[in-house]
Design a protein around this ligand. Structure first.
Ligand code: ADP
Ligand code: MG
Length: 317
């Protein structure tokens, strides 16, 4: 490829909001045979909304009526005294220390329902799993199954509820209070309008499309189905620090992968990918680690980047 051709390619890219960090990147992008999308904020809008609050009774069964606090709590287990608003208050107070989009949605949802929140005494992020907080001296956990299991709490009585919500593509989170499972809250995200078309166009080119996420298998599968990604091509429950290993393992099969992501979490994976692409409102850390920056928040620009690269090569042949 001549310098003039790559110059034309990078210029056309720039005019289209596709910034290649140099002519060599443009040449590398044409070899991409696999595109790996991060899920949250990349294929989805990353604008979570609280959708469900489910209260569990003392037997760990979800209350159909949404949970009425018992009149006399005296002799009862703590969860018998909790209603829907109480579960949401605990979850939102615990999450008020977190910047995670899942946490923001829970806090916003509680505030919209007029629930008063306090500051937790203590707060701890458990990356890829959830949060641990202390509220008036009592421990509150909000997060996935592993978070509770690691604390010795069995989440299995919530399994049916969790699966129902996850099959709807929602992220369901368990809420534990003083060592007991008291409820489940769920957030939903929306798939970006052009995500499905982008996946289809890439497959049309003969490119394999994969998805990687810290979210669970079922939620990931529901989102994959919405955008047309094969269930076998989904890597779910990947911890933030393991995303780059996942990309390396995909590439160890001889693939040349373009990783597309938006978050701080994605930066190491962007760095190890054959081509790292930061999308849209991506964080500075992601943009710095990336080879290509997409100015717009549009998955179709991933296709554009590869097409510009393909076209640059063809002119030379
Ligand atoms: P993603 O890759 O989708 O950005 P993360 O790696 O941040 O996801 O988190 C993975 C999973 O851990 C989430 O789907 C959720 O179940 C749980 N989790 C992470 N952070 C929180 C939080 N602040 N509150 C509750 N659950 C959380
Ligand atoms: Mg993301």
């Amino acid at each position: 490829v001549t310098p003039a051709a790559t110059m034309v390619g990078t210029t056309i890219g720039a005019q289209n909001g596709v910034l290649f960090k140099g002519g060599d990147i443009l040449e590398r992008a044409r070899d991409v045979d696999t595109v790996v999308f991060d899920k949250t904020g990349t294929l989805t809008k990353g604008e979570m909304e609280l959708t469900d609050v489910v209260v569990f009774d003392a037997d760990g069964q979800p209350l159909a009526d949404g949970g009425e606090p018992a009149a006399d709590g005296g002799a009862l287990s703590v969860r018998d005294r909790l209603g829907e608003d109480d579960v949401l208050r605990l979850a939102a107070t615990g999450e008020s220390g977190s910047e995670h989009p899942l946490a923001r949605a829970i806090v916003d949802g509680a505030e919209e329902r007029g629930i008063d929140l306090t500051e937790p005494d203590e707060f701890e992020n458990v990356p890829g799993h959830g949060i641990r907080a202390s509220i008036s001296g009592s421990e509150v956990l909000v997060g996935n199954r592993k978070l509770l299991r690691d604390e010795g709490i069995d989440p299995s009585s919530a399994e049916k509820t969790m699966e129902r919500l996850e099959n709807e593509g929602k992220t369901a989170m368990l809420v534990a209070y003083e060592g007991e499972l008291v409820g489940v809250v769920a957030d939903a995200d929306t798939v970006k309008e052009s995500a499905k078309d982008a996946v289809a166009a890439l497959r049309e080119r003969g490119t394999d499309v994969m998805m990687i996420t810290g979210d669970n298998e079922r939620t990931a599968g529901a989102v994959a189905e919405q955008v047309g990604i094969d269930p076998d091509n989904v890597r779910a429950e990947v911890l933030p620090e393991d995303k780059s290993d996942a990309v390396e393992s995909i590439q160890s099969e001889g693939r040349k992968a373009m990783m597309v992501g938006d978050g701080v979490n994605d930066a190491p994976a962007l760095a190890v990918a054959h081509v790292g692409t930061a999308i849209g409102s991506g964080t500075d850390v992601a943009i710095e680690a990336a080879d290509v920056t997409l100015m717009r928040d549009d998955p179709l620009d991933v296709v554009k980047a590869i097409r510009i690269s393909d076209a640059t090569l063809q002119k030379i042949k």
